[in-house]
Design a protein around this ligand. Structure first.
Ligand SMILES: *[C@@H]1O[C@H](CO)[C@@H](O)[C@H](O)[C@H]1NC(C)=O
Ligand SMILES: *[C@@H]1O[C@H](CO)[C@@H](O)[C@H](O)[C@H]1NC(C)=O
Ligand SMILES: *[C@@H]1O[C@H](CO)[C@@H](O)[C@H](O)[C@H]1NC(C)=O
Ligand SMILES: *[C@@H]1O[C@H](CO)[C@@H](O)[C@H](O)[C@H]1NC(C)=O
Ligand SMILES: *[C@@H]1O[C@H](CO)[C@@H](O)[C@H](O)[C@H]1NC(C)=O
Ligand SMILES: *[C@@H]1O[C@H](CO)[C@@H](O)[C@H](O)[C@H]1NC(C)=O
Length: 280
């Protein structure tokens, strides 16, 4: 009997240990600094703690600007200036192609996915029409496109396609062999490469339910089916990875309790066996 209680004591000790190890809850800082930006908070987070926010920042020690990723897995931009719910960004790749007057600049398309709890608006982004121009029928197509794009500027300095744009006109219906691309603009004068710029202002808005969730100490998340969920832990915000750790932790507890009870049973049987032998 003494052995059984000793074993169960050992078991509970193990249980506590495993639970403490399994629940490795990383607490998110209330605010943090990155580069020259101070007092940053949700929805920003450091890339080392991606679960603490929705927009990751990295290169905080890099000069002159740290980098920011607006959406997980998205492009990294330089963060030039920050306001309450907007940020001026620079795309270093676009900057290079624009400086070189490289037509690869038109392979880009600035669009940000809106999640269920966060929507973006890019202020100085404009629509451009990129239309295929094959040498065989270039003149005819250009002629046809010109009919469609009456009152548009045309840029034909790129091989294989023309760019049509009018800074006073937004998106229009698309003629065949044309695609819509959205690029940042910084000037209304000059040739297309002067009009385009590598910097843009991105504004964001969190949904009311996400704001409420965050104010209540929770974290806005989307589950696998892309549905909004507010993840709350008693005190500390938990992340999805932590949740996973927790479950593995529980599995481990189950495992140990399982093996433990077997050991316990064997020990008990052994002691009864010895007592029994003694009596005889
Ligand atoms: C717990 O988190 C810390 C940092 O937050 C990390 O260094 C440590 O390895 C983690 N432990 C486990 C068991 O995951
Ligand atoms: C930024 O937000 C804080 C509180 O969230 C508010 O007090 C301040 O006026 C805001 N600033 C601007 C420029 O909107
Ligand atoms: C560029 O993004 C816009 C949405 O912002 C989309 O409508 C358009 O089809 C995209 N163009 C290309 C070429 O992917
Ligand atoms: C342009 O189209 C006209 C008919 O609309 C056709 O006769 C002519 O051969 C075409 N030119 C080229 C270069 O394709
Ligand atoms: C662009 O569109 C506006 C409004 O439709 C028009 O007044 C202007 O002349 C156009 N610009 C060019 C370069 O055609
Ligand atoms: C679209 O482009 C293809 C070649 O890329 C050409 O064969 C076709 O005729 C074009 N269609 C129109 C309507 O211009």
């Amino acid at each position: 009997m003494a052995i059984t209680s000793f074993v169960s004591f050992l078991l509970s000790l193990l249980l506590i240990l495993v639970q403490a190890k399994g629940r490795n809850v990383s607490t998110c800082p209330k605010s943090f600094s990155c580069g020259d930006f101070t007092d940053l908070s949700f929805p920003f987070s450091l890339s080392t703690q991606p679960d603490c926010g929705m927009m990751s920042m990295s290169g905080c020690d890099a000069k002159p600007y740290p980098r920011i990723q607006l959406v997980p897995g998205g492009e990294w931009y330089y963060a030039l200036d920050m306001h309450n719910s907007s940020v001026w960004l620079r795309d270093p790749k676009l900057q290079t192609t624009l400086m070189q007057h490289n037509c690869q600049a038109f392979n880009k398309n600035f669009s940000l996915p809106n999640s269920h709890f966060m929507s973006f608006h890019m202020v100085n982004i404009h629509s451009f029409f990129k239309c295929i121009s094959t040498s065989y029928n270039a003149r005819n197509i250009t002629h046809k496109k010109n009919n469609h794009f009456v009152g548009y500027n045309i840029y034909n300095g790129c091989e294989g396609f023309n760019i049509y744009y009018n800074l006073s006109k937004g998106a229009d219906n698309l003629p065949t062999n044309c695609s819509l691309i959205r690029l940042p603009i910084h000037s209304s004068h000059g040739d297309l490469f002067d009009v385009l710029g590598p910097e843009f202002l991105a504004e964001w808005k969190l949904s009311d339910e996400c704001n409420e969730c965050h104010d209540g100490g929770g974290q806005c998340q989307t589950d696998k089916t892309n549905k909004f969920s507010c993840h709350k832990d008693a005190k500390t915000p938990t992340s999805t990875t932590d949740q996973r750790k927790e479950t593995t932790g529980r599995n481990m507890v189950g495992l140990i309790v399982g093996t433990g009870s077997k050991i316990c049973l064997i020990a008990a049987m052994y002691s009864y066996y010895r007592i029994f032998m003694h009596i005889i």
